[in-house]
Write a protein that binds this ligand. Structure first.
Ligand SMILES: [Zn+2]
Length: 393
């Protein structure tokens, strides 16, 4: 904690030098917790930011154990926001919610609660806190400060994925704060190639001295180092992994493909197209959910619409064959409909479907190649159309 009560007044360590704080500690003045009124000790090391701690963690429900990273993040963000707004408070207690926001900003138009998240907590807690803030008319702003695994692809845990948000110029993005370097990294144009690996544009660096609410993006062009031209490779890799690591008899998806008499290895390339941007909401690989749509809808009905395809996706969701990612910081209205719409448009672009008024129709009847040379021919015919789609991204 960076704040305590001293003689009923709020006292914040970050406004004092280490020497001044040591002087106060020598005088043995009595700092108490604003939440549970128990006495606090002041910790003044040479490395960490001076802060208060309970004598024992069990004393207080409101204040969780804090890492040096968390303390530093609070100080940097508090300093920056205090230079922008008059009314900024640290470790602000919200009576109605019985919880403490790391930083609280009152502007002319909004109340903003900043939550700095270093440790992994249940996603249900993020959902609950976010909902609570909205109910009180407060805008929550969550900041992830965990380190991310990033090489060619960005690898994100389910918890880290919960911080993904959407904004049209950035598509799906993730904001990460690195307090030790005093910068934010903004990963934009995220698109998954598996349950945990994501393609992204090169991260945009925003120094904390440029941080604003909402965050403003520098005007530099977005770089796409890992373009979708590699999508075919990721798709193929996924298909082979599926065969290697799954038992055909127990895999729900493979059982359905074989039951239908289709050859999994030779599924047409228009099953497994990247539906950018909203396809990210579905945790399953594109091959899986798009195959289900073919089976349930496209090859069965003569004419179909965005609505009928959306309904088919919902039915698979309810059966548990398809799973959605949890993006609690992001409104996900009509996401299924947007995905269905995006997929049908793609199929129209690659000349698999034609549009007839408000409905769609297959241009040629469905057939799955059943041996390698037939698949090769399909690849050969399809690739020019597909290449055009991938190049656009
Ligand atoms: Zn306390």
């Amino acid at each position: 904690m960076l704040t305590a009560l001293l003689n009923q007044q709020v006292f914040t360590t970050i406004h004092y030098s280490r020497e001044e704080l040591r002087g106060l500690r020598r005088k043995d003045v009595s700092f108490v917790c604003p939440h549970c009124s128990s006495r606090l000790t002041m910790k003044i090391g040479s490395r960490n930011i001076p802060h208060f701690a309970h004598m024992s963690d069990a004393d207080c429900e409101k204040v969780r154990g804090e890492t040096p990273q968390h303390l530093l993040s609070k100080q940097l963000l508090y300093d920056r926001l205090s230079s922008l707004y008059e009314n900024v408070s640290l470790e602000h207690y919200i009576k109605e919610l019985k919880q403490v926001a790391d930083i609280y900003v009152k502007t002319d138009t909004a109340d903003i609660a900043i939550e700095i998240q270093c440790s992994t907590i249940p996603i249900s807690e993020i959902v609950g806190r976010t909902y609570g803030y909205h109910r009180q008319g407060i805008t929550p702003f969550w900041i992830l400060t965990q380190s991310l695994k990033s090489k060619k692809l960005l690898n994100l845990t389910t918890f880290q994925q919960a911080f993904i948000r959407y904004s049209p110029p950035l598509d799906y993005f993730l904001l990460q704060f690195l307090p030790d370097r005093g910068i934010f990294q903004l990963y934009t144009h995220l698109f998954p190639v598996s349950g945990t690996a994501f393609m992204s544009a090169a991260p945009i660096i925003i120094p904390v001295s440029k941080f604003t609410l909402p965050i403003s993006i520098p005007d530099a062009p977005v770089l796409h180092p890992y373009s979708l031209s590699t999508w075919t490779n990721f798709r193929t890799k996924w298909v082979y992994n599926k065969i290697h690591f799954n038992k055909t008899r127990t895999d729900v998806f493979l059982r359905e493909v074989y039951g239908e008499g289709d050859t999994f290895l030779y599924l047409p390339l228009f099953i497994g197209l990247p539906v950018i941007p909203h396809g990210i909401h579905i945790r399953n690989h594109e091959v899986e959910w798009q195959y289900y749509l073919w089976k349930d809808c496209l090859k069965k009905d003569r004419l179909f619409s965005v609505e009928s395809v959306s309904k088919a996706l919902y039915r698979r969701l309810i059966k548990g064959h398809i799973e959605l990612r949890s993006f609690p910081l992001q409104k996900s209205d009509e996401v299924i409909k947007r995905i269905a719409d995006g997929y049908l448009r793609l199929l129209e672009e690659v000349h698999v479907l034609r549009k007839v008024n408000d409905t769609f129709q297959l241009i040629e009847p469905w057939s799955c190649p059943d041996h390698f040379s037939a698949f090769e021919k399909h690849q050969h015919d399809f690739f020019p159309k597909w290449k055009h789609i991938l190049k656009k991204q």
